[in-house]
Structure formats: structure tokens, C-alpha cells
Design a protein around this ligand. Sequence first.
Ligand SMILES: [Zn+2]
Length: 443
Amino acid sequence: MKRAIFETKTRLLMRKDRDAFRQMLADERLPPEQARQLTDRRSADIAVHAYRTTPFYREHYSAAGFTESDVARAENFEHLPMLTKAHVQDAGDGLISTTSAGKDRLPSRTGGSTGRPLQVYNDRLAPTAALWWRVYSWWGIHPGDDAAFIYRQSRSGTKKLRYDLQWWPTRHLLLDARGATDESIRAFESTMRRVRPRLLVGYVEGVVDYAEFVKREGEAPEGLAAVSVTASMLHPGQREQIESTLHTPVFDTYRSAEIPWIAAECQAHEGLHVLSDRRRVDVVDDAARPAADGSVGEVLVTDFDNHAFPLIRYAIGDRTSVRGGDCRCGRTLKRIDHIEGRIADALRAPSGRAVSGGLGGLFNAWPGVVRQFQIHQAADHAVTIRYVPGTDVQEAAEAARAVCETVAGFLGGEVPVSAEPVGSVESIGGKARLVISDVPRKA
Ligand SMILES: [Zn+2]
């Protein structure tokens, strides 16, 4: 019933998204060679569009020696200079395409690399709704199904009324992850049991808090078919904790304020599929060359659908690696591994040796033994690994001791590394950092 009403409403109001959705389902199963060609063609198209219609890219690519016909050649794409957050901050409106009308741009703000906020624009003409319909379809969820969200936002009064009416008869529950209390989680949990949404979406830490509450004093909701997490690293221990408590598979997703819906897990749970007919993810080494499959590097994302404010080879600040081989699900979309944490999440030794990447998997050899952990490096370089033990405290302590040795080895034995069991790790607004470093950065 809810699904039928959703179909009717979107047939009337969202014809463009419906067409894009159908196209996406066809494109994700193209033979590999055709899939590659599609990505190549769209890479060149967006680069040419940016070169022709924005002052920034014309200058940026010309300065690196690329003419318009160079930019139009797909094989040159991975040689185009990247777009850094500093570029975006400095160029400002220089990234806006002359073809885009003001009403077609949606401002989106996010944290910059140096704390200076970053302003980008999403393209209102992009079929963004179709992206999540598509990803939901991978999990067996219909966009008209009831869903619950654990986000850093709240809705009340007329805003809530308008929102609920717009989605009627589909119900969307919301738990505000900012300062959630036992009280608010209890109210959320009882609504969950009454409404029985098929999907739960949220920040990892917010979903973990809810799962802990359920384990402690609640009941797992019936009818839940998928849990989708986003916004920070999903530790294997957290996945295990959510799945065992809520009896529902967890799907990791990669999304951002700048580029909505970049990649998501399918039911094979073997890496995340890049929505590579609509986005491109390049993983590069320190010299900005493509990293080999399986080796961790910096993520450069390109959005093929944002013609208003093109983001091309955008250094979004994340690290991961490319997964080779074919996925069991049969989709030919490129796959990447789980996001390894932010570039800023690096440990440093006094000698200048830096370790970034690989840290997210430190406890992988002991699945479920540690729920979550956070690495803190003090100004004097001493490292403390704070971890949340699973059910076996002794086993967790042994794993933590081994991890301390590994990390000390990474840092060449230059700094002391110790472990400390904690009840929870520090998170800001429901989002926990993997590494907190007080080491002063060299200029
Ligand atoms: Zn798959």
C-alpha cells in the first residue's frame, strides 16, 4: 500500500528521477568493458564542461599544460591536477558553471581541512533521489518503506508536520544523535517497536548507542531488514555488535556533504560499490599516481552529475584502496574497501615518520573482541589506544597488548604506546574520530 502510493506520487512528480533510476539499474550490470567506457566518457564530459564553463578549471588545467582537446581525452583524466579543499575555499564562485542558474544550486557546507568551513553547491538538477532508491534496492528496501534515522538533527512543530505530510503515508522516525539521552533513546526504541520500520539509517556511533540500549533493556524491533551506517569508520566490532543485537545485516555506505552517495555495500558485503556510472573514485599514492589494487591511498572523487559546481578529482580527505575482481552480486560497478579514516588521522614519530592508513584494521584479527577504539597521540608523541572491550575483558586486554606492539613497531619504536579500556570513546555530535592527535603539525 505505502509502496503503491509512493509509486504514484513519484510518477507524477519525479519523472526524471524515475527515468534515471531505471537507467542506473541497467548500467550497473553492463559488461565490464562497457562499464569502463561509460565511466571514461562521463569523466571526459564533465572535465570538458568544467573547462568550458568555469573560470577556475580553465585556469587550473591550462596552468598544468592541458588544452581543451587534452581534457576531452579520457586517457588524460587521471593526469589532471586534483582539486583540493584549499582550491575550493580560495576559488569560491570561480567554480560555479556559467550554465547554472542560481535556483538550481543548493548550498552545502562542511568542515574544511583547517577548520575553515567549506562551501560547495549541489546541483538541484542531478537525480540524487534515484541514487538512494538504487542503493536501497540493493538491500531489498523500497523507498516507500517506513524508515528510521539517527542523525544530528531534529524536527519539530510545523517543520515536522510539513516533513511528515510530504512523506505520507511512509513514516520516517528520527532520533537526534546530538546529546541523545536514555530517555530519548527509550522513546525512540518504543516507537521503533510500534512502527516496525524496514530500514534504520544513522551515524555509526548513534546506531551503536541504540543497539547498546536494546541489549541492556529493550527488545530488538521486528521487521527491520537493513541497517545502513555512514559518516565515519565502521569498526568490525561495531558491525558485529549491531548485527547480533538487532538481528539485521549492516550495510556500510560512503556519502558526503559535497558529493551525496559515493559508494555502498551490496548484499555480498565485500567492499563498497562505487556508483561508477555517476561518480568516479580514483585512489592515488603520495605522488598522485593511481595506487595498485589493494594498496591504501588518497581518495579523489568526481561527481558526473554536478554540472553547477563541478567537483573533479576532488581530494575529499579520505583514504581507502581499490578492490580488484568481480563481485558475487553480478554488478560491474567498481569496488573500494571500507573508508580507512581521514587523512588527518595520522600518527607521527619525532623523526618525522608518519603512519596513516591501516590503523582502522588494527583489531581485525580479533573480531568482536573489541567494540571500538580510538588512538590518541599526545603532544609529546606518546600514544594511548583507548578501546571498548567486548564481553571478554581479558581477551580484549590481550588483543590490545598485541596491537600496542604493532603500533609501536609502525612508529619505529620511537614512542611509548599503551592501551586503556574505556566504556566509550570520545565522539563529537555522534561522530568519532579514529585518531586524535595533539602533536603540533609542522608547517
Ligand atoms: Zn556486489
